[in-house]
Design a protein around this ligand. Structure first.
Ligand SMILES: Nc1ncnc2c1ncn2[C@@H]1O[C@H](COP(=O)(O)OP(=O)(O)O)[C@@H](O)[C@H]1O
Ligand SMILES: [Mg+2]
Length: 362
């Protein structure tokens, strides 16, 4: 069990590529931290620096209070599972798991106990005498996980371990991985570009873009208090609707308006935006925070462009000028193309952003 700290961690490739830029974060003991971001944002490079497979240009990696920045990989007590499981094809499942334990000098009976233990945990106990080629992709990935757990590392790194699996298997395997974590309590950093995967597994999520951290928070925090436009857009499907507005004051009241929308401000929200003092703002409304209402209560009205029934709910796309706004609403009453919909928003669910800095207005 261990804590991990990254301090000002930076990686340059040559002069021009700044893959990881001054990353600071702390992973707590037993935490399941998910590193999330689009392809190319620096996730793998960060993990490789933690594992010792890539030299840091600047900054420090600290495991359990000890600076390991310059230690070779085998001296770090860190296990890593990659996207392409990299189990050894010429060894049985048993030997794949036992190999590192033999190198550690454990006795035959000690090894046997650990192999059976982790095989049970990862549900591959029936395949121990098979070769990887005789297993499905999902089973091979479990062998890779079993092998990584067997050495009882201080820190467990997983870089997109599920991305080679088909959609259904990916969902069930992520539940299994989380269950394994709940049993072992191993401090884990899990990398993915899939926001739904991150939301469903993480204790906390670190969202990266262009080598930098955009936000660190629990799934609830990054979802309902997204720190900036990028996070509000990246987290959640359908993503947050962004609407450009201006703040106007009339008879001591303040409104956010554009040609389609009129949103009356009140209470703490009003105070916050008035004291922020900018006229042009971006309003961020999550699709499920719209409410279908009648004309008298509406902050905006629009025509339905397309409606997608989903069983438990419907996703209604409406047209606001040249913009499409998505609304998630109950399955009934069913809304069809061409219907006029009147919308309001649930109280205190709207995010306000500064269009110049892209930051959330606190
Ligand atoms: N060995 C390398 N040489 C040069 N550029 C690299 C190398 N590895 C990664 N990069 C670049 O660094 C950036 C981050 O890559 P990576 O960490 O693999 O991102 P991610 O894992 O988030 O997709 C990308 O622009 C990538 O092209
Ligand atoms: Mg990667």
């Amino acid at each position: 069990m261990a804590t991990l700290q990254l301090k000002n961690l930076t990686k340059r490739f040559g002069k021009d590529i700044l893959a990881v830029n001054n990353v600071n974060l702390e992973v707590k003991d037993s935490e399941y931290l998910v590193l999330l971001g689009p392809s190319g944002c620096g996730k793998t490079t960060t993990m490789r620096m933690v594992a010792g497979l890539e030299e840091a240009t600047a900054g420090q990696v600290i495991l359990d209070g000890k600076d390991i920045t310059d230690l070779p990989p085998r001296k770090r007590d860190v296990s890593m599972v990659f996207q392409n499981y990299a189990v050894w094809p010429h060894m049985t499942v048993y030997d794949n798991i036992a190999f590192a334990l033999k190198l550690k000098g454990l006795s035959k009976s000690e090894i046997d106990e650990i192999v059976k233990d982790v095989a049970g945990l990862t549900k591959i106990g029936d395949y121990l005498m098979r070769y990887p080629a005789q297993l499905s992709g999902g089973q091979q990935q479990r062998v890779a996980v079993a092998r990584a757990i067997a050495v009882k590392p201080k820190l467990f790194l997983m870089d997109e371990p599920l991305s080679n699996l088909d959609a259904k298997l990916r969902v069930s395997t992520r539940t299994e991985l989380k269950a394994i974590h709940n049993k072992t309590g191993a401090t884990t950093v899990f990398v993915t570009h899939d926001q739904a995967e991150a939301m469903s597994m993480a204790d906390r999520i670190v969202i990266m873009k262009d080598g930098e951290i955009m936000q660190i928070g629990t799934p609830e925090q990054v979802y309902s208090e997204s720190a900036n436009l990028f996070v509000a857009d990246f987290i959640g499907t359908p993503p947050t609707n962004f609407i450009d507005v201006e703040m106007v004051s009339e008879n001591d009241s303040h409104y956010l308006v554009n040609s389609y929308l009129r949103f009356a401000l009140s209470g703490a929200e009003e105070q916050r935006l008035v004291s922020y003092g900018k006229e042009k703002l971006v309003v961020g409304i999550r699709p499920e925070n719209f409410l279908l209402t009648d004309e008298s209560q509406a902050i905006l009205s629009a025509n339905c462009l397309v409606s997608e029934p989903q069983g438990s709910h419907q996703i209604v796309a409406v047209e606001l000028g040249n913009k499409i706004v998505k609304v998630v609403s109950p399955p009934k009453p069913k809304i069809s193309t061409g219907d006029k919909v009147y919308l309001n928003v649930k109280p205190n669910t709207t995010g306000f952003f500064d269009p110049d800095t892209t930051l959330r207005i606190e």
